[in-house]
Write a protein that binds this ligand. Structure first.
Ligand SMILES: Nc1nc2c(c(=O)[nH]1)N(C=O)[C@@H](CNc1ccc(C(=O)N[C@@H](CCC(=O)O)C(=O)O)cc1)CN2
Ligand SMILES: Nc1ncnc2c1ncn2[C@@H]1O[C@H](COP(=O)(O)OP(=O)(O)OP(=O)(O)O)[C@@H](O)[C@H]1O
Length: 199
């Protein structure tokens, strides 16, 4: 039997998929504008982002913007043997890419470019759903939950989402990643002083 979290996850995935292409493009642009408005990028600031799939908020403009503004940008790679762990790797114009087991594009592993997770200053995170307390529901692999305990306490967590990804019924587990910000087409949500006992 499916548990409640999986049912909510499937429902949010279904809603996310239902956005018409042109609406999605419009929303992605608004979220990009919101990102530029809310975050001042300093030179060499270490940003982690993700390469979006066709149903996720498009990150391509944000990544280009960060690079053009001299941030250090790193992207996740699924660890080749340590299960459900992510490695972050700095990208530049010479970076080669391959697809992981889920068919998601990621940088091809190059040891000299790995960034230690505790050095990430701001992290842009993919999500399936979020709740009113700013907790994240992901794809179900626990990748970002495990990562969270490796991040610095100063690291700013930023979710990018469509408004329909808000889920009133999602009762988070204690390990679910807390967001400092979630940017949606209609709002910039900000949770200050998260009451987190798991970190
Ligand atoms: N763009 C992006 N990159 C990411 C993540 C993400 O959510 N989005 N991840 C966040 O953790 C990690 C990959 N985690 C994943 C965990 C499970 C599935 C998965 O079950 N995929 C299904 C099909 C997708 C679906 O059901 O919609 C499959 O492969 O059968 C995919 C990715 C790392 N990179
Ligand atoms: N810090 C952790 N250490 C070990 N296991 C964990 C940790 N966090 C979560 N898990 C395990 O990972 C599994 C998936 O968790 P969950 O359903 O919350 O994933 P998710 O956040 O939706 O996925 P993802 O982060 O990959 O998008 C759960 O069975 C949970 O027990």
């Amino acid at each position: 039997m499916q548990n409640i979290k999986d049912t909510i996850r499937n429902n949010s995935k279904y809603l996310r998929k239902s956005l018409p292409d042109n609406t999605k493009k419009l929303f992605d642009n608004i979220i990009f504008e919101r990102f530029k408005y809310n975050f001042n990028i300093s030179q060499n600031e270490i940003y982690a982002a993700y390469i979006s799939t066709s149903v996720e908020v498009d990150t391509s403009k944000i990544i280009k913007f960060l690079i053009n503004n001299s941030a250090c940008v790193c992207l996740p790679i699924i660890h080749p043997f340590s299960s459900n762990q992510l490695i972050f790797q700095q990208i530049d114009k010479n970076t080669k890419y391959s697809k992981n087991n889920y068919g998601i594009k990621e940088p091809t592993l190059k040891k000299s470019k790995i960034i230690t997770s505790s050095n990430i200053q701001k992290i842009i995170v993919p999500l399936v759903g979020y709740n009113s307390e700013g907790r994240r529901l992901g794809m179900g692999g626990g990748y970002y939950d495990r990562l969270y305990s490796q991040l610095s306490t100063e690291c700013v967590t930023i979710g990018l989402a469509y408004d329909l990804q808000y889920n009133f019924n999602f009762k988070h587990d204690k390990w679910d990643m807390p967001f400092d910000y979630v940017l949606t087409p209609s709002k910039t949500l900000n949770w200050k002083n998260h009451d987190i006992t798991s970190k």
